[in-house]
Each structure stands twice: as C-alpha cells, then as structure tokens.
Design a protein around this ligand. Sequence first.
Ligand code: ZN
Length: 251
Amino acid sequence: MLAAVAAPQQARAAQACPRLQQSLPVPPPEPGSRPGAPAAVQASDYRHRIRPTHLGWPRRDIWCVWIEPGASDGPAARWDRRWRQAVDAALNEWSSLLPIVVVDDPQRAQVQVLRRRPPLRGGRASHGRAELELWKVQRDERWALEPRVLVSISPAQRLEATQATALHELGHAFGLWGHSDVATDAMAAVPGAQPVLVLSARDRATLLWLQQQPALGAGSGAVRPPEPAQEQKRPGGGEGRPWRMDSGSDR
Ligand SMILES: [Zn+2]
C-alpha cells in the first residue's frame, strides 16, 4: 500500500531512497558485444519476451518513484487530480509485488513519472512511453549502477485508459522490457478492447521471476568510484550520452 501518512513516508524515503550525490552516464556497449540472453520459454508467463540490458537485468529490490506534481487549484487541478489518481492506482497494483516508495524529490528517485504526452515518434502519437538509461550513481557515499527511467503518461485520456497506460508503462519501468502476446496481460503488446487495470497471473509470475534474477552489474563486483578526471560535481549531471532504450510508441 502507498502510505497516506506523510511523516512516516518521508522518514522511509530518506532512509530507503537517499539523495543523489553524483552521477555518470553508462556508455553504450562496444560494437559487436552481445546483449544478455533472454530466458527459456515458460508456459505460465512471458519471461522469454523480456530483455535484459548489456549489463544485466534492470531490476531493483526497492524502487523510489517521483510523480510530477499537478496544479493544486484553478481549472487544471481537477484534471491533474484525476491523472494522479490513475497513476496512484497503477502504482498500488505493482506495490503488491514490489516495495515502492513515493518520494517528493526527483533526486531520490530511479523512476520519474511525467504528466505529458510522449513526443511524436516517427510521426506516431502515443499515450505512454517509458525510457531507460543506465547511470553510475553515488548515494550515501556509495557508488552503484542504477536504472533511470522516465515514464510519460498523457493527461489526455479517460481515467480508466490513463490507469491502464500507467500500469503498462510502470511495468516497463520496473524491469519488464518486452511485451506479452496475450491481450489480457497488463504488458500486452496489443491492448484488447477492455483496459487492463489489474495485473494478470502471468504479469505477476513474470515480475516475480524477474525479481529472482541477478540485478545490474551483478558478477562484475562492486562499482568503483570514477577516476578524479571523470568526476562530475553536478548531481544528475555527467558528460556524454548514456546507453538507453525505450518502449517505443507504446499504447
Ligand atoms: Zn509497452
């Protein structure tokens, strides 16, 4: 459950979601290097359709999520509240499987949820998109590899459609980078006639399988601090472009 009580939530966020101190983009892999292999087919889920990054599975034991605040009064407030209600409902659904902490500072988050229409892609409009980058980050004086995910959810849909879009895009954000071929799954490539507002047994099984996989950088040892020449003083900054992938013109 997402806590409605502000004070314990803030204390938890400070502990579980430390603020970003420094960050460096993780560059793309060398040309010719191979991406990680997908999992073997399993009838009860769609794990074989989910792809890892070249540095492993972009999954976490706990996710810190920042949601773009809306207007608190004026004519936009009602619509912004409705959008937030849809995003909260989708997050709540995932939080039955994953520890999720909602933070009020984007520097504490790995996932940022933005209230905007995704930019056109190849002339195609969409209602949702998730974009993944890999960063080497320092928090609490320790360096680690982290996924950084931008989730765009259009404010221009009905409540139920917004909720279904948010459920799907958050699934990408939490590491499901691929699509199911069954329309009643939240992560279906092609949505059915009914918006999917709850996770299917297959969605749950796939996510629970993912949570058992080694996380980013596992096997390569601890992430070393960067050489002084590389160091960036700007939190969230860093020169160069990180490796990235996204969900395309989703939904
Ligand atoms: Zn998708």
